[in-house]
Design a protein around this ligand. Structure first.
Ligand SMILES: Cc1cc2nc3c(=O)[nH]c(=O)nc-3n(C[C@H](O)[C@H](O)[C@H](O)COP(=O)(O)O)c2cc1C
Length: 407
């Protein structure tokens, strides 16, 4: 670090000073990480170690990411716009290095994140010394590089108006209102605003995988099967949970989660009460949109089409495969209808259990819906919101075409 850090956080009117101030914070967290590495072999994941792990996690998960975004989305593009001659040549060489640093540091952070999460939870004491060393060294070199080149260049080249724009962008990124000077102290800290305001700062960059035209299956259900198997293998939470959006007679959409229970070339099937809100909506408007979100794999699948009921035999087969209590619940609940209280609901269940005994048969208002797809889109999260999207559209003859969409 060439210039000493100011003790207090500078204002967003001096955005370059804010960026340097953030470097100071990053150095502090790196020092904590090094101390933690030395502490663990002797003391294990004690209270002090857990707190240190939590602090480092909090910092690099959130605040450091904001700092990278400041540079990638504002500082570097703004410098590109004004730099000329030697400055432009320096920038041309430097910007890819900075971006590559971010990418590599993010990847190393993913490793450290996992280890630190376990330490923070008191469950493990493993922290890879070599990763900490590489991460720290890379960050220190990276910050020095920025402080020696980009920061002075910005100070030299930016007009007061450009400085204002940069400060404004950084302020917006953190959800800090103009004139809220108290908040500038938190510019390089993990957010401390209310959770409702903080959601805008929840940023996760995706980069686990890519989706390439040359690798996807010709048939979208085959592609879905591939991704579903990968979701199972990755043990994602509730892989078969999907949102089902339907529309009412008034044209207003509504959605809820259900579990897909079967899928193949014919479509995607779930089971429910035909007299429920969704059941009634589908009876009058037999179209729906399904959505799977497998966050652990940074994947989303959107499926749209027409909806039909499964045959009575299919519904019987699935109903009879369910545990007894679930079958009795399906009979006892007039799904989506209001009820006075929980006690009445339980009372209704007891009545049904008494009446139907061990082998209740499927009520006619309960069964499957199958969405017959016309459009299936696969979305794979990529870095800096530059995601991959490939959409399949069914043709009149039943064949599928596919097309890449912009993120
Ligand atoms: C993880 C999860 C799985 C669910 N699975 C089903 C299901 O398979 N079938 C169903 O009818 N409701 C299911 N539900 C409940 C629905 O989300 C919803 O509350 C219910 O179907 C009533 O919706 P409606 O009033 O819009 O018809 C599930 C909810 C969750 C959170």
């Amino acid at each position: 670090m060439n210039s000493p850090l100011p003790d207090t956080a500078p204002d967003f009117d001096q955005p370059v000073a804010v960026l340097k101030h953030c470097h100071g914070r990053i150095r502090k967290q790196l020092a904590t990480l090094e101390k933690l590495l030395a502490h663990l072999p002797q003391h294990g994941a004690d209270e002090q170690a857990r707190q240190a792990a939590q602090a480092v996690l909090k910092y690099f998960d959130k605040a450091a990411q904001l700092h990278h975004d400041d540079e990638e989305q504002d500082l570097i593009p703004m410098l590109h716009a004004v730099a000329q001659g030697e400055d432009a040549a320096t920038l041309q060489a430097l910007a890819p290095v900075i971006l590559q640093d971010h990418k590599d540091m993010d990847a190393m952070w993913q490793d450290l994140h996992e280890q630190l999460s376990l330490i923070a939870g008191g469950g493990a004491t493993q922290l890879s010394g070599s990763t900490v060393e590489r991460f720290t060294q890379r960050y220190l070199n990276h910050m020095e590089r920025e402080e020696n080149t980009m920061a002075p260049m910005a100070v030299r080249l930016f007009s007061p108006e450009q400085m204002r724009q940069l400060g404004l962008a950084m302020r917006r990124r953190r959800g800090i209102e103009a004139g809220d000077n108290g908040a500038t102290a938190t510019a390089c800290e993990p957010a401390t605003a209310s959770i409702g305001d903080r959601v805008a700062d929840l940023r996760k960059d995706y980069g686990q995988a890519r989706l390439d035209e040359s690798e996807v299956a010709d048939d979208p259900v085959a592609q879905f099967t591939r991704w579903f198997e990968e979701a199972l293998k990755a043990e994602v939470n509730e892989p078969n949970a999907m949102s089902v959006a339907t529309v009412g007679e008034d044209g207003r959409p509504t959605s809820r989660i259900v579990l897909v229970k079967q899928f193949d070339g014919r479509g995607f099937t779930w089971y429910t009460n035909y007299d429920s809100q969704k059941g009634k909506q589908l009876a009058s408007k037999p179209f729906a949109a399904l959505l799977f979100f497998w966050s652990e794999l940074e994947r989303q699948v959107r499926i749209e089409g027409t909806v039909e009921r499964t045959t009575a035999e299919e519904s019987d087969r699935y109903f009879n495969s369910r545990p007894l209590k679930s079958r009795l619940s399906a009979i006892a609940s007039r799904q989506s209808a209001p009820i006075a209280n929980r006690a009445t609901l339980e009372h209704n269940y007891e009545d049904v259990a008494r009446q139907y005994g061990e082998s209740p048969s499927r009520p006619s208002n309960w069964g499957g819906f199958r969405l017959v797809p016309e459009r299936i889109e696969f979305w794979q999260g990529r870095r800096s919101r530059f995601h991959d999207r490939i959409v399949y559209t069914r043709q009149e003859d039943g064949s599928w075409t596919r097309q890449r969409l912009q993120p």
